[in-house]
Design a binder for this molecule. Structure first.
Ligand code: AGP
Length: 622
């Protein structure tokens, strides 16, 4: 999981690269670096004869992008061709030496890479035996040496890069520059890479925001495709070298969508964008009068709706999947949610007509791997994703977009809410097609669709009125935090705890409310607030209030997230209110309060909210 940017054209490449890295830093922030492939540089070295040796000039630093920017103040390479990288470590610690770009011995080839080269050990041994010297612990460093070997054997640059790539196994998006050329060479296999077609040059990025400032015209690359960019041309070829006709798409994301718009953090901006994101998700898909959901993109799937579904997902998306599976079951369609990385190890139950991968990025390696496992068994797959053209969207038989807009903060917020809404739409659409509706059923569908319509306004009300900042300040110094909920609020308890620990670095756990007493209650003290999500006034709410009494009796401070319909407030030290709503939408409202609590605790503690330590926005390794 790293970020790649590349540029060839008429502009100063360094500005483009650093601008792109700023947009990509969410993908990894252990180190950053750039390589400029042409132009002169005052700080350049010279060879024994005193001739300038600068063809590929690399500057790279461990740490966040600011460390690289400081280094570039000291020494600024110039040129109009270059590549850049922001790293999330997989092989070797975050040091200057392990930072990308990596070069060959003479510094004539520079390479950036996202992914894992599985056979790098063998290749490295081979190259060491031939006398190549290595400076880093990374798998990536074999690549410039392989290119160097081909160049030394007389291959022209493009051929050298191609031949080097042919020797790799594993996952990669790779970009390379070679001294003496004004081209950027790139290829992808199992890692994202997008091409940008601009007026003043051509761009490469791990995702579109990397170059959205310059162009919205994009070309999505497929696995195995090879790209050559020069100032005047771009070509895409197949692994065997044949030209591939590519379509240019225009993305409709605003540049504004990828900036902070005055908020201190992307996470807070994205929490506040939820009303808009939810409207987008619903737009044009709901016929409330008829009580129907129309998902044009899933026409083929819905002609013969699945009898049973399985979900695969990770992290926050898994919590959305747990919720989605329950929604399907409530609608009479058997459904189960699996942690994607475990999916292949469990014998899938019978009747799995459709496997649904829930993935914001569409690039999470564990989820992709589970989807591929399903495909290998001949099962149809559907990606519920935010990123158009992502690997999941392209590889699955069907794709449904959650339309949340770009999410930059590592902590998923608006995309979780949008996933819940999208899954509600999906379940109604599948049930539309598979069940002949009786009148009572149709009325219930209409109620649920009306509830979805009300959600954006209700989320806005919470954002305007929340007292989460006060609650956060009161319980900053606690030794641990427990989140509990039942039914649809169980995934929300898990999500509340994940968000909390991810950005506050404090210990937090989420539980089904009834489960706490089976062991974990031993940890509950006056120093461990219990955040209880209690909505409605049904049996589930009553039982959850019973669990709240159990922790209250152990002196734990209770923070109730509630619509006020149960009597949980009697046992609560603090209340985070949500509007009364339909049972299927209340979890999303409760989650908004939990997002705000996590954000404010992290903010008070001075944490790196948008880029929490050790994490990355999308995890493209298994
Ligand atoms: C949550 O805040 C995290 N960013 C993480 O759990 C994330 O949801 C997970 O890595 C899955 O990502 P995806 O939705 O892009 O597949």
């Amino acid at each position: 999981m790293c970020g790649i940017i590349g540029y060839v054209g008429r502009r100063d490449a360094l500005d483009v690269l650093v601008g792109g890295l700023n947009q990509l830093e969410y993908r990894g922030y252990d180190s950053a670096g750039v390589a400029l492939a042409n132009g002169a540089d005052e700080g350049a070295g010279s060879d024994a004869d005193g001739a300038a040796t600068v063809d590929v000039d690399v500057v790279k630093r461990a740490g966040e992008l600011s460390a690289l920017e400081a280094a570039l103040e000291e020494r600024r390479p110039s040129g109009t061709t270059g590549i850049g990288h922001t790293r999330w470590s997989t092989h070797g610690p975050p040091t200057d030496a392990n930072a990308h770009p990596h070069t060959d011995e003479d510094g004539r080839v520079a390479v950036v890479h996202n992914g894992i080269i599985e056979n790098y050990d063998r290749l490295k041994d081979e190259l060491l035996a031939e006398g190549h010297r290595f400076e880093s612990d990374t798998d990536t460093e074999v690549v410039p040496h392989l290119i160097e070997r081909e160049l030394e054997a007389g291959a022209p640059p493009e051929t050298a890069v191609r031949r080097a790539l042919e020797q790799l196994s594993g996952s990669y998006a790779i970009a390379a520059v070679v001294a003496g050329t004004d081209a950027v060479y790139a290829a992808r296999n199992d890692s994202p890479l997008v091409l940008g077609i601009g007026e003043d040059g051509y761009y490469l990025g791990s995702d579109v925001p990397a170059f959205l400032e310059h162009t919205a015209r994009v070309v999505y690359l497929e696995d195995g495709e090879f790209v050559r960019l020069t100032p005047d041309s771009w070509t895409v070829t197949s692994p065997d070298g044949n030209p591939v006709e590519k379509q240019i798409d225009t993305v409709d994301w605003d540049l504004e969508d990828t900036g902070k718009s005055g908020y201190d953090h992307y996470m807070l901006k994205e929490i506040n964008e939820q009303p808009h994101a939810l409207r987008q998700c619903l737009s044009g898909r709901v016929d409330e009068l008829e009580g129907r959901v129309e998902l044009a993109e899933l026409d083929a799937l819905l002609q013969d709706p699945p009898e049973a579904v399985q979900f695969v997902a990770c992290g926050t998306s898994y919590h959305a999947a747990l919720y989605g599976a329950r929604r399907f079951r409530d609608r009479g369609i058997p459904a189960q949610a699996f942690v994607a990385s475990e999916y292949a190890t469990e014998a899938p139950p019978t009747g799995d007509r459709l496997v649904i991968g829930v993935t914001q990025s569409g690039e999470t390696a564990d989820t992709l791997s589970a989807l591929r496992e399903a495909q290998s068994r001949g099962v149809e797959t559907l990606a519920v994703t935010n990123v158009v053209g992502s690997t999941a969207a392209r590889e699955c038989d069907h794709a449904m977009y959650i339309r949340a807009g770009p999410e930059i903060g590592v902590a998923a917020t608006k995309t979780f809410s949008s996933q819940l809404v999208a899954l509600n739409l999906l379940v109604e659409a599948v049930a539309n097609g598979s069940r002949s509706g009786d009148r009572a059923q149709s009325d219930r569908v209409r109620e649920r669709l009306a509830a979805l319509r009300e959600l954006p306004g209700q989320v806005q009300q919470i954002l305007d009125e929340s007292n989460a900042v006060d609650v956060a300040r009161t319980y900053l110094d606690s030794s641990g935090y427990f989140f509990i909920g039942r039914g649809y609020n169980y995934p929300v308890a898990l999500e509340g705890a994940l968000k909390f620990k991810e950005i506050t670095y404090e210990h937090a756990e989420g539980f089904p409310a009834g489960e706490l007493k089976h062991g974990t209650l031993a940890l509950v003290t006056a120093d461990t607030p219990v955040i209880a999500v209690v909505t409605g006034d049904d049996e589930i709410a009553r039982k959850t209030v019973g669990n709240v009494k159990e922790v209250e009796a152990r002196d734990a401070p209770v923070i109730a997230v509630t619509d006020g319909r149960s009597d949980v407030e009697r046992y609560a030290d603090e209340v985070l209110e949500i509007p009364e709503a339909h049972p299927v939408t209340m979890p999303l409202l409760a989650n908004t309060q939990l997002q705000l609590v996590a954000y404010h605790v992290a903010n008070e503690l001075g944490r790196s909210i948008d880029k929490p330590r050790n994490l990355a926005k999308s995890v493209t390794v298994e």
